[in-house]
Design a protein around this ligand. Sequence first.
Ligand SMILES: [Zn+2]
Ligand SMILES: [Zn+2]
Length: 468
Amino acid sequence: MTKAFSVALTAEANAILNAHLLRADGQEDLCFAVWHPSSGASRMTALIHRLILPNAGERSVHGNVSFNPPYLERAVSEANRVGGGVALLHSHPDGRGWQNMSRDDINAEQGNAPACFGATGLPLVGMTLAGDGAWSARFWQRVAPRQYERKDCLSVRVIGDTLAISFYDKLAPRPSFSRAQVRTIASWGERRHADLARLRIGVVGAGSVGGMIAEALARTGIQRVSAIDFDHIEEHNLDRLVYATKADVGLLKAEVLASRLQGSATANDFRCDPVIAAVYEDAGFRAALDCDLIFSCVDRPWGRHVLNLIAYAHLIPVFDGGIAVRSKANGDLLRADWRAHTCAPGRACMACLGQYSTGLVQTEREGMLDDPSYIEGLPRDHALKARENVFAFSMSCASFQVLQMLNYVLKPLGLPGPGQQMYHFVGSFMEPTAAASCDAGCPFTAIVAKGDHCGFDVLGKRPSTSSG
Ligand SMILES: [Zn+2]
Ligand SMILES: [Zn+2]
């Protein structure tokens, strides 16, 4: 399969790059950065967080900026030290949107591609920043000895409190809009809708919440959805699965969901790929790494742990949610709470928010959560023991998660989304939102943008008896 290419950088790196490359005197500038690979099933992404800004004398700004050989040597040795590749970034201060390359640009990048590949084993990544803040990017892939070919990226994503994305229209054409989308587009405009529609969005867990989120994505006009789930539909799921009927009992959730979405989708060119795997299995994990955004609709610690890693190490924002329903011994409803939050660098991760226990991840990997006697031994009110849930609670939680995603992408009035929300059904109130960040020493903040090189071993095979 021909791989697609993309670049994702942190908002922190993007701010420094904008200040450095878009100079007050209006001249072009350049710098190097280190990148780490994020290898999806069909997409390779270069992740950028660590910059190598020039020291005095390392480059000359003279209308057409150029660097001196020692600067490249320093960049290569820095990349080698951390096991990453080299990226060369420069600016087109007068440019707008995705940039074409001049002959000089091509010569500078193609000419240095062999040295960078030879020293790091990874292709040189070239990037251009236009005056309006739009990025364009390409990989210089080795196709034969001493022969390096330009592979244009599909998109460049800046990941922070909100998403900033530039698409290469030639590879990711602006969608044509259907009449079914008129009201949606009237709400936020064609430009925003074109960005939103072209995002590839993953739904991990095709249960009650995941099914409703997927329905919302298809109706809203998203063109590419990946439904990642290994489970089958059971009769006791039918009170909450918006996409399933009695006739679907025994079938795979992801496959039934994908086929139902074909009927709900409003995009002219819609595709939902069912991926029959857990996100902690290689196939599920690689499919998740192909996505621009992911909804976490899993209810167990191992899946959340992997998605948490993806949000920080692979720069793919994750919108997670959870529902807790408790009843009294006499069967009366005691409380029902649900929460949603956005996980991305700069915001609190799921482990720090207490959305899963890292201790239980190991317990699940050992197959204990599928051992009835282990579950039996847990306290009565333990989350893993809870069986209570209701369509309406799932619907509200799904709505919160989708709203957080829309805020993240559309950033109305430039405002970032709330980050985290918690609603209490008993008492009918939303907790005031407070900005939260990771605890000091959180391991996930140390692996931001490290991708395949993050050093965490999170994958494995699901226990044979496992079911959601
Ligand atoms: Zn240029
Ligand atoms: Zn954390």
